[in-house]
Write a protein that binds this ligand. Structure first.
Ligand code: DGT
Ligand code: CA
Ligand code: CA
Ligand code: ZN
Length: 584
């Protein structure tokens, strides 16, 4: 078999630790698996050279049983303990781990004390006070859990954009060489680059009969269930639980169908009423004249592509990302934003290295940015309060600055047009202050201020905290503004309208965090951001070199969706201009 992919191993080890705790194992035993995750992460590819259990046991903190597990992983790609736990523990109990704010230890406690193991039973016990009565829980915490549970259930049928994009690539590969296939497009929320996706919608045109394509589609090896199987429409559920719809239309119908199935529903409603104003009617098959209130189906208007349909409606072709409610006025007034492209990004901001909780060294991160064609890396390791993430004490900040200067000199000597900027991701402390004395803060080229704790504060207090951080003269950008996690956790309570206006007045940017779980500043704020001239930066929040391309893959669609033009995105500036802008 091929060498197992080591990049999954730390996650698998942490997962084993969680499941051990869930099964009631003591913290000491489970903690060893978390420590192993850290060690494995540090070893990286070097782990492969430890070909025997004895070699593995030489690693600090790795005892005989972990060495044996790791050895099995290196040779067979599995962790036997993890598989055992997944078999032993009821699936319904494992689902409890997805509830934000519960955690495996507390989940185990509820499970054992109340002898329940499904989400429904948990919900009941949260409602009727049995959980609240358990030592260490109480009413507030039961209420919070009930809220997370309700929130999670409302979102469980959806997946992240990142997962949907992977699926899209796989499906395209599986289907694209079907004989007779002429066009294949992914429509729906995926084409609009929403941060979460319900189901995938594929639209296709074939030259002959559509049966081959539909047949191939419902027989794909990842299909778990065929929901609809027809000659123009089929629909399947994949093993991952995701639903995929496939529709075939004729070449002539394709432009109108693509618009219809791209949506959004609100955008479709807008287009249809626009058509009516022009004496036309629009549906998923085409655009027709209205004659005495009826569609004249024998005389469809010619439209060879989407742009032609929009042109018949006297509208500019609208990028799919902007086909949401909230953008009608831009579309009608012809004020569509210039779309930013990956090539517009000149540098990477917001990245972590082994100085804090990143996997790769500063030099590795910098060289990876260089290889991708960027001019600079604004490194932002965590600040001192983030002890869990190995945040930098003032001494270590100064030591990192020395390393940055050394590396910049080295790049220059090598004739590389590349530099590292001194940044920091400063925790916003509970009182809204930043995480270092002002003297030290002024030494950074730029500062990202982020919320990493006290998510439960009430709105006025949270607002005051954030406004104070935004007004600190050292703050360049606010990181992931509400600390939401897509499909997992709603953001903190904030008056974002006021935050955006204040940031714009202060000349402080709010980042577009391109981590698939974060994806904020939310695009819904795009119109206000544009009105007040809010600045941003498209940031990967990279914790390893593989995350750097997220700036392009998820961040650029997000910027387009928010209507951010290149001139409001700080990392479209050249290295020199960026430095001038943020320090000037
Ligand atoms: P999703 O799947 O929940 O992430 O969101 P969408 O937007 O992909 O929604 P979906 O899959 O239900 O439908 C795909 C597109 O088809 C949708 O964006 C617009 C169009 N569509 C579906 N149902 C309706 C409808 O009842 N009215 C209108 N106007 N359009 C619809
Ligand atoms: Ca969909
Ligand atoms: Ca659908
Ligand atoms: Zn970060």
């Amino acid at each position: 078999m091929p060498d197992p992919d080591l990049s999954f191993l730390p996650d698998l080890l942490n997962r084993t630790a969680d499941l051990l705790r869930l099964s009631g194992a003591n913290d000491f035993k489970a903690g060893a698996w978390n420590k192993a995750a850290v060690i494995v992460e540090q070893e990286g590819e070097g782990l492969r050279s430890r070909s025997s259990e004895a070699d593995l046991k030489e690693l600090p903190g790795i005892g005989s049983s972990l060495a044996s597990e790791l050895h099995t992983f290196l040779t067979e790609g599995i962790l036997p303990q993890l598989i055992r736990l997944e078999e032993e523990l009821p699936d319904s109990l494992i689902q409890w781990l997805d509830i934000s704010g519960l955690g495996p230890k507390r989940a185990a406690k509820i499970h054992q004390k109340l002898d329940i193991d499904t989400l429904e039973q948990l919900q009941e016990a949260l409602k009727d006070g049995r959980v609240a009565a358990l030592p260490g829980f109480g009413e507030t915490s039961a209420k919070k859990l009930l809220n997370s549970l309700a929130w999670m259930e409302g979102n469980s049928e959806r997946c992240l954009l990142s997962e949907a994009l992977d699926m899209k690539e796989w499906l395209r590969e599986e289907l694209e060489d079907t004989p007779g296939l002429q066009r294949l497009e992914f429509a729906g929320s995926l084409r609009r680059s929403r941060e979460s996706i319900g189901d995938l919608d594929i639209l296709a045109v074939t030259s002959g009969s559509d049966t081959d394509l539909h047949r191939r589609f419902v027989r794909l090896d990842q299909v778990a269930e065929v929901l609809v199987s027809g000659d123009t429409k089929s629909s399947v559920r994949l093993q991952s639980g995701r639903q995929v719809d496939l529709r075939t239309v004729s070449e002539n119908e394709f432009p109108a169908a693509l618009i219809y199935f791209t949506g959004s529903k609100e955008h479709n409603v807008f287009l249809r009423s626009r058509a009516r104003e022009k004496g036309l009617t629009l549906n998923e098959y085409g655009l027709y004249p209205l004659v005495e209130g009826e569609a004249d189906r024998d005389h469809p208007l010619n439209a060879e592509d989407e742009a032609a349909v929009y042109a018949h409606l006297d509208l500019p072709w609208t990028p799919p990302e902007l086909r949401e409610s909230g953008y009608q006025s831009w579309i009608q007034s012809d004020r569509l934003p210039v779309q930013v492209n990956e090539e517009d990004l000149k540098g990477i901001l917001h990245a972590h290295s082994t100085w804090s909780d990143g996997t790769h060294t500063l030099e590795e991160m910098a060289r990876a940015c260089m290889d991708l064609g960027y001019q600079y890396l604004g490194i932002t390791d965590h600040s001192q309060s983030a002890v869990y993430a190995n945040g930098l004490t003032p001494d270590r900040v100064e030591a990192q600055w020395k390393e940055i200067e050394t590396l910049n000199q080295r790049f220059q000597d090598e004739g590389m047009d590349f530099r590292i900027f001194k940044g920091i991701e400063s925790d916003i402390k509970r009182d809204g202050s930043l995480d270092y004395e002002d003297d030290l803060l002024t030494g950074f080229d730029f500062v990202i201020a982020s919320l990493h704790n006290h998510f439960d504060l009430e709105k006025p207090e949270q607002q005051e905290r954030v406004e104070k951080a935004l007004q600190h003269p050292a703050t360049t950008l606010m990181g992931h503004p509400t600390a939401r996690l897509v499909l997992r956790r709603p953001g903190v309570k904030l008056d974002m309208d006021a935050v955006i206006r204040l940031a714009a007045r202060q000349g402080v940017g709010i980042e577009l965090n391109a981590t698939a779980e974060r994806m904020e500043l939310d695009w819904k704020w795009g119109p206000l951001a544009r009105e007040v001239g809010l600045l941003t930066a498209v940031c990967p929040d990279a914790h390893r070199i593989e995350h750097i391309p997220h700036a392009g893959r998820f961040g650029i669609p997000m910027a387009r969706k928010g209507g951010f033009e290149p001139d409001r995105i700080l990392n479209t500036l050249s290295a020199t201009d960026f430095l001038k802008r943020v320090t000037g």
